[in-house]
Write a protein that binds this ligand. Structure first.
Ligand SMILES: Cc1cc2nc3c(=O)[nH]c(=O)nc-3n(C[C@H](O)[C@H](O)[C@H](O)COP(=O)(O)OP(=O)(O)OC[C@H]3O[C@@H](n4cnc5c(N)ncnc54)[C@H](O)[C@@H]3O)c2cc1C
Length: 400
């Protein structure tokens, strides 16, 4: 039985406690039985789309979009998003991914799109008819998005996009992409964001990418891809701010996914060490096992504190939360890696059997330290914000 005592913490309202209970029982019923589905690329695509449909049917995608466009809450409620991602991650990495991408693909539109664009696109995110994607990274610009070189030049009432995007989650199954492009001078201030339909002429999937924990992922090519100018989010030059504002909100939720993987690893380990007999006693009785369990439990709770502190800060205090978000993402993803690794160790040979719960977690947790800003990039943000606060330039919360 997973430990749910953290729900008593002061970061939560009763509505969150209620949501946590509902997503827990819904996930056990609707997601867990399908967790092992999807091996080849086509199967993984189908499974991801199936999870989007299931999440829509359960009403959970309403948390990925604000209320005026079919969502549950007036504004994003990051604590709810974290509780949902954490719970889904405990059951299925792919279901968690399907939810996360509806958030990441929809948020830039919800936060910066025109009224007409929001009305046209966002309800489809809630119903699951639209599949989101966020195309920022390029072969030459991952940790350094300010250096991206995909261009969009104005041509009458359109933009013409040329270039390449890579590591695009949902690449190949998305119905539209939020694409970050250069419309101006070199550097972050020359970037803009455009919504590009997947069937736009001049956009193609150049390559599908297979990773250790399979999910739809692709490199996209734009060759004279024509997009109406009214698909611009915000104004020209807002692209970097749009990307970073979206990531500020999303990063605690990545920490929450990591937390879900870590909790599952701890639960699997507690079950294993209490039944595995070694030298006439359960593995759990050995002091070295207890030390490992203690380390795992502290890592899980510390991650939860940082994740829900960041979510609470965004929900209750508002404004930019770069410091809290980066701390949550950095700590929770690094700690989850350690926790999962200890779980594999305590399972012995069983821990590396392909398809076993902890082996799956071992593969699923790895990419979280890389995407939405690597751990090293989180450290740069945390150091910058900490120094800013020390010199009095910070605003108590944080800004980028
Ligand atoms: C599974 C997966 C899904 C992804 N999904 C998406 C997506 O949907 N959309 C999207 O746009 N991108 C996505 N990405 C891309 C991801 O955000 C990038 O991989 C990430 O930002 C790192 O960029 P890079 O791979 O080019 O590595 P690099 O930038 O080349 O980094 C290599 C190493 O150098 C380190 N490094 C870089 N700069 C510094 C520095 N200043 N100081 C110290 N060390 C530094 C990095 O931390 C890293 O360890 C995804 C990636 C993966 C693996």
């Amino acid at each position: 039985m997973p430990d749910r005592s953290f729900l008593r913490w002061p970061f939560f309202e009763d509505s969150h406690r209620d949501l946590a209970e509902r997503i827990e029982s819904w996930t056990a019923r609707e997601i867990a039985p399908h967790a092992a589905e999807g091996h080849g690329r086509d199967e993984v695509d189908r499974a991801a789309l199936g999870f989007v449909k299931a999440l829509a049917g359960g009403g959970w995608l309403g948390h990925c979009v604000p209320a005026p466009w079919g969502g549950k809450n007036e504004d994003y409620d990051v604590r709810s998003l974290c509780l949902i991602r954490e719970t889904l991650a405990r059951a299925s990495g792919l279901a968690e991914f399907a939810f996360a991408m509806q958030l990441l693909g929809g948020a830039p539109i919800a936060l910066f799109g025109s009224g007409a664009l929001k009305k046209e696109i966002l309800p489809g995110f809630v119903s699951g008819e639209r599949i989101g994607a966020f195309a920022l990274s390029e072969p030459g610009a991952g940790s350094n998005p300010g250096e991206l070189i995909t261009t969009a030049r104005r041509d009458g009432g359109d933009y013409i996009i040329d270039g390449e995007k890579t590591w695009v989650s949902n690449g190949g199954i998305a119905t539209q992409y939020v694409v970050f492009v250069r419309t101006g001078d070199p550097g972050p201030r020359g970037l803009s964001a455009l919504v590009v339909d997947a069937d736009a002429t001049g956009l193609s999937v150049a390559e599908r990418i297979d990773v250790v924990a399979p999910h739809p992922l692709a490199r996209l090519r734009f060759e004279g891809c024509r997009v109406a100018a009214d698909r611009l989010l915000g104004s020209e030059g807002d692209g970097f701010r749009i990307a970073m504002t979206t990531l500020d909100m999303a990063r605690p939720t990545v920490g929450a996914a990591a937390l879900g993987f870590a909790r599952r690893a701890l639960d699997e380990t507690l079950a294993r060490v209490s039944t595995r007999q070694i030298g006439g006693q359960p593995l759990a009785d050995y002091q070295m096992t207890k030390a490992k369990i203690a380390d795992m439990a502290v890592a899980v709770d510390t991650s939860a504190l940082l994740v829900y502190r960041a979510a609470w800060t965004r929900d209750v205090l508002g404004g930019r939360t770069s410091l809290e978000s980066s701390q949550a993402k950095l700590f929770a993803t690094e700690a989850a890696q350690e926790v999962v690794d200890q779980a594999v160790q305590l399972h012995g040979g069983e821990g590396v059997v392909a398809g076993s719960a902890v082996e799956t977690l071992y593969r699923e947790v790895r990419a979280l330290r890389i995407y939405e800003g690597t751990s090293e990039i989180q450290k740069l943000v945390i150091a910058r914000e900490t120094m800013k606060n020390f010199s009095g330039q910070g605003n108590g919360a944080s800004s980028t």
